[in-house]
Design a protein around this ligand. Sequence first.
Ligand code: S3P
Length: 171
Amino acid sequence: HCRQFLSHNIVLIGFSGSGKTTVGRYLAEVTGFTCYDVDHMIEQQMGQSVQVVFNRYGEAYFRDREQEIIKQVSAAKHAVIACGGGVVLNSVNVSNLKKGGKLVWMKTDPETIYNRLKQEHDRPLLNGKGIEEIMSMLSKRYCLYEEAADYEVSTDGKSVVHVGYDILRQF
Ligand code: S3P
């Protein structure tokens, strides 16, 4: 464990399907940090899935819950924080996360995202969307990820261990 050598929280940002949750768990294991998965925490708090929260209460409500949770976890120490893909839409989130952490953009091509997500049905903004729609959504967010990021790591064609290693090298 290298917990004692790392002074910043590791904050994972990027589009759906970039591997934030999976790599977050792996990084927590190798660093001894605690993994906070923001979407998962919202689901715990609400007792319902992100998909159901979107359907019942709408996106704005979800974004409010997201902002609250981000504020809480930003105060944690020795944390790996796996964010939802839309976290950068709100600059308050970005400044909260930057207080104790460095933001890593897990950069992923639209084809990879499409292939990773096509079997899944729990992304309210992406369900049933094709590669073209993914590209258009990604291009709208691209500069937000870019501006928010302290570091960038590409994930295409890489294993979890490889991505994890590329991230840890930056810290
Ligand atoms: C969202 C991404 C999702 C989840 C919600 C909204 C987005 O997280 O927070 O469906 O706006 O991109 P993942 O990045 O884990 O899919």
